[in-house]
Design a protein around this ligand. Structure first.
Ligand SMILES: [Zn+2]
Length: 143
């Protein structure tokens, strides 16, 4: 039953464009707009969600593959600099938050009170004397 469905889907999608990163972007954009409409309670904002959603469906089912690939290249030209900008500016912060979360049971994370350097120490040792790696300030910290 499931295999039959997959087979029919594959046959239906044969020669059609399908998914790419622009389609994922359109899908997420549509979701964000409908979400914004929901939380703001402004009904007509939700109507704008149809624009990326319809464009998404149109692109998935399109048989004009060269045209869709041209759109993807235009999209990438705009998107890559934006993505790189955010990776440069916020990438380190996200990485640090992810590390903090991953090792939250092993290490206590904190910042140097003088220079703001990120520091960590193994948990469960009680009150310890910390020396900052960067500015060598000493301070007491409960871990
Ligand atoms: Zn410091």
């Amino acid at each position: 039953m499931f295999q039959r469905f997959i087979y029919q889907l594959q046959r239906f999608m044969y020669g059609r464009y399908g998914g790419d990163s622009l389609n994922i972007f359109l899908l997420i954009l549509g979701l964000i707009i409908s979400f914004a409409a929901q939380i703001s309670g402004v009904f007509w904002i939700g109507l704008f969600a149809y624009i990326p959603e319809i464009y998404f469906i149109f692109r998935v089912l399109s048989r004009n593959i060269p045209a869709r690939q041209r759109e993807l290249r235009v999209f990438q030209k705009v998107w890559f600099p934006v993505k790189n900008f955010f990776t440069r500016t916020c990438g380190g912060w996200f990485k640090y938050q992810a590390e903090k979360f991953r090792y939250r049971s092993v290490y206590k994370y904190f910042s140097c009170p003088k220079c703001g350097q990120h520091l960590r120490a193994p948990r469960g040792r009680g009150k310890i004397l910390v020396t900052c790696q960067k500015c060598h300030t000493e301070f007491k910290k409960k871990v």
